[in-house]
Ligand binder design. Structure first.
Ligand code: AMP
Ligand code: MN
Ligand code: MN
Ligand code: MN
Length: 283
């Protein structure tokens, strides 16, 4: 069975509703899935309901935006409940996303690009989840960039002229929230972070583990094949559970579709075993 524990719906910056994403997972042969929207579990109940018709198992999920110094790091939480405590932990994330969007639009305006806030919002089905993805979609549609990636390279990526730093919860506090609420904390797409010095990723993993982090995304559709190999080795050395996910957002992306990311190496212990599923489920 194919397994995909990292995907997005239109409750954050994905293209499809949770129900349509489940339908796509069924077509793709995914039998165990997690919807991991950025900073919200709003779509999880709908995904669980839709999954019943296909016999697909759903582990509830979220991808929490965190800060590690000045760097943005994503922590996936699996097995959490969508409740008031989670809302308290996430705080006013919707308002912060809108404020940041306004500032990003001002920076784009200074470069001669007007109307970006309204434009980005027109792509966001839930304005409280306004994302850089929505800005990139609008910049692409308007012809300011010739592809989606270029929007991040030129304008929106960390350190680029329209990037606005946001203070998210710390890595440790997100990991502690997840673990103390019965979930499993997963360091998302570790190969994606450009942390500058070579030792920094080890320091990040040290801190993640010290806070109680149990798993690492070994296979991610949003990191390179070399990164998958490197972080498989990190999982072995640190005795971490291994997770896998396409990080799916859109059918237009050239990244893997649901379940299409590479399989986990056999010697690793998959993260789904923490939820009572057999290791062999992924074979
Ligand atoms: P935000 O949470 O609003 O800061 O937006 C971050 C989202 O932008 C990520 O979850 C990705 O979906 C997307 N993203 C960030 N960097 C890139 C990139 N270089 N190429 C494509 N998508 C990216
Ligand atoms: Mn995203
Ligand atoms: Mn991410
Ligand atoms: Mn993601």
């Amino acid at each position: 069975m194919r397994i995909d524990l990292h995907m997005h719906s239109n409750c954050s910056d994905g293209a499809l509703s949770p129900e349509k994403l489940v339908e796509l997972c069924a077509k793709q042969g995914v039998g165990l899935m997690s919807l991991t929207d950025h900073d919200t579990m709003a779509g999880v109940a709908a995904a669980q309901e839709a999954a019943k018709a296909y016999g697909i198992e759903v582990i509830p999920g979220i991808e929490i935006s965190t800060s590690w110094g000045l760097k943005g790091i994503h922590i996936v939480g699996l097995g959490l409940e969508n409740n008031d405590e989670l809302a308290d932990f996430l705080g006013n994330v919707g308002a912060r996303r809108l404020d940041r969007g306004r500032e990003m639009a001002q920076k784009l305006e200074k470069l001669g690009i007007s109307g970006a806030l309204e434009g980005a919002l027109s792509f966001a089905d839930y304005p409280e989840s306004l994302s850089r993805t929505h800005f990139a979609q609008w910049l692409w549609k308007m012809g300011y960039v010739s592809d989606f990636e270029e929007a991040f390279r030129r304008f929106l990526g960390e350190g680029r002229p329209c990037f606005v730093a946001t203070q998210w919860p710390s890595v440790s506090s997100a990991v502690r929230y997840i673990v103390s609420h019965g979930g499993v904390a997963v360091l998302a797409h570790p190969g994606r972070y450009r942390l500058g010095e070579e030792w920094a990723i080890d320091a990040l993993m040290d801190e993640f583990v010290a806070a109680g982090g149990q798993a690492i995304e070994v296979c991610s559709g949003s990191q390179s094949a070399q990164a998958n190999v490197r972080f498989a080795q990190a999982a072995r050395e640190r005795h971490l559970l291994a997770s896998t996910g396409s990080d799916w957002h859109s059918p237009l992306s050239n990244r893997p579709q649901p379940g299409d990311q590479p399989p986990l190496p056999h010697d690793l212990t998959p993260v789904w075993t923490a939820f009572g599923y057999a290791k062999e489920l992924g074979d």
